[in-house]
Design a protein around this ligand. Sequence first.
Ligand SMILES: [Zn+2]
Length: 90
Amino acid sequence: MTMAFIRLRRHAPEAQSTEMCSVCGARRPKDTKDHLMVGPPGTPAHDGAVCEACGTALDNVVRKFGADLTVTVEEAQHEASDRDITLPDH
Ligand SMILES: [Zn+2]
């Protein structure tokens, strides 16, 4: 599997004609300010725009934890077991 990179160009003029944010999916005609490219450098497989809030969030993650990140996403399961839902009597 080839390594994919996420590259974000903040406040990029070329992104502002795209109305839909690639991250949150919101349609924000005047608020897609950042240019998002995902894929191998030079030949991004995804090329889109990101709204101000999502761009700021991505920016903060990279500032805080560094650009050399591997990100995985998983959903925590919320299967309540008997132990979790039974309260002690006292
Ligand atoms: Zn967004």
